[in-house]
Design a protein around this ligand. Structure first.
Ligand code: PLP
Length: 423
């Protein structure tokens, strides 16, 4: 009997023993193509010698030094590099251990920023339905996925949720994409006014929605309008690029596509590429200086903040992405993947939409293409596909998402950036 508490208690998963490039290998020798990088994590594939060497070297030199007392060389170097590459003046970097820690820190920093400026009346955070920002209680409260929230609802702070920008489902036939984007963004202003125009702390969104919707980018103009609305009401814009950042969409940061700079940006998964658990929250110089010139202390923290070995892995991954021109490669391979998916499934009667950016692609499954009707949840379609694909040696990320109260199925693909056309 295993003593591990697994995700699914009724299934005994195979034991993964090795990773080679785009493949994972289990203890029976079976090879699995990692078509989703786990959950958009393994952007460099498995067994990358440069990243392994960086981790080993740092572990040998200094494995841990608490940030209550010290900073460390890899944390400083990674923060410098991220700040140099990030858009706008996002020049302070708070290094954490994963995505939920980054989004939780972002929410708390946003509130503390307003408190330090004397705007203590700001107490609401607005996010979107059908979003995922992590599994800790604050991040879960921000997320809008009904299924993930349901049983924990009594423990969740009351955040507001507006509609996502989800063209396939929510654009009306009589509307252009651009008009739809403006209408979707208008919901933010309406919600701010409903809550009280000086009572909102922040708006939080994923530039390309991952786990809950299957790689849904916003339509052109949506985020520009969102930025304007946030600025008008002094609401901070938090973009959650935990899944879609770090080159995944064909730009180092997904918000580069939308031409907006957030006040706070969260990244994780691809930053450590699975070689170490690491995430980061970047904030503007203005937010940082408000704290610096105010209390001088961000009232938040975890033991493993700025972990030296994790930071060394992040630095090596970022260096590899730059030096191997992997963002350019993501664009080329992403176009090839999109074309291959359209050729294979474009006419399939149960494929409603194929979408995404770079090597972040989603396929939405419907029981009827004309009406875009989702499958009945009792089919457990996503779970069935996951199981069947896994048996064939393919790891992909099918999910049942909530779609305006109904469940819709999609498959998320996020293969390593080193994928070859034939794969
Ligand atoms: N935010 C987004 C957009 C995510 O996709 C995820 C994880 O899937 C998280 C936050 C939470 O990250 P983690 O699982 O590392 O805590």
């Amino acid at each position: 009997m295993s003593h591990v508490f697994p995700r699914h208690t009724k299934v005994q998963p195979p034991v993964a023993v090795a990773g080679e490039g785009c493949y994972l290998i289990d203890s029976t020798g079976k090879r699995y193509f990692d078509g989703s990088g786990g959950a958009a994590v393994s952007c460099l594939g498995h067994g990358d010698p440069e990243i392994i060497a960086a981790v080993q070297e740092q572990a040998g030199k200094l494995a841990f030094a608490h940030t209550g007392f010290f900073t460390s060389e890899p944390a400083e170097a990674l923060a410098d590099k991220l700040a140099a590459l990030a858009p706008g003046n996002l020049d302070r970097v708070y290094l954490v251990s994963g995505g939920s820690e980054a989004t939780e820190a972002a929410i708390k920093l946003a509130r503390q920023y307003h408190v330090e400026r004397g705007e203590t009346q700001r107490r609401h955070v607005i996010a979107r339905k059908q979003s995922y920002h992590g599994n800790t209680l604050g991040a879960l409260a921000a997320g809008g996925n009904a299924w993930r929230r349901e049983q924990f609802a009594p423990l969740l702070v009351d955040f507001s949720h507006i509609s996502p920008c989800y063209e396939y489902v929510l654009r009306r036939d009589d509307e252009s994409a651009c008009d739809y984007g403006q209408r979707a963004a208008q919901e933010l202003e309406d919600e701010i006014l409903r809550l009280g125009e000086d009572s909102v702390i922040a708006f939080m969104a994923e530039p390309v929605v991952g786990a809950t919707s299957g790689a849904v980018p916003a339509v052109e103009g949506y985020f520009e309008r969102i930025r304007e609305i946030c600025d008008r009401y002094g609401v901070l814009l938090i973009l959650d690029e935990v899944m879609c950042g770090m080159g995944r969409t064909g730009h180092l940061f997904a918000c580069n596509h939308d031409g907006v700079v957030p006040d706070i940006l969260c990244i994780a998964k691809g930053l450590g590429a699975g070689y170490q658990p690491i995430g980061a929250m970047l904030c503007t110089a203005e937010i940082y200086s408000t704290i610096e010139n105010g209390s001088g202390f961000f009232q938040h923290g975890h033991t493993y903040l700025g972990h030296p070995v994790a930071a060394a892995a992040g630095l090596a991954v970022l260096t590899a992405i730059e030096e191997r021109n992997l963002v350019g490669r993501v664009r080329a391979k992403g176009d090839a993947l999109d074309a291959a998916l359209r050729e294979a499934f474009g006419q399939h009667p149960n494929v409603g939409d194929i979408r995404g950016r770079g090597l972040f692609r989603g396929i939405e499954l419907v029981s009827d293409r004309e009406t875009k009707t989702p499958f009945d949840p009792s089919h457990r379609l996503a779970a069935t596909i996951k199981k069947a694909a896994f048996a064939e040696g393919l790891v992909c990320y099918p999910m049942s998402g909530t779609r305006d109260g109904r469940v819709g199925d999609h498959i998320l693909l996020a293969p390593p950036f080193i994928i070859e056309d034939a794969q």
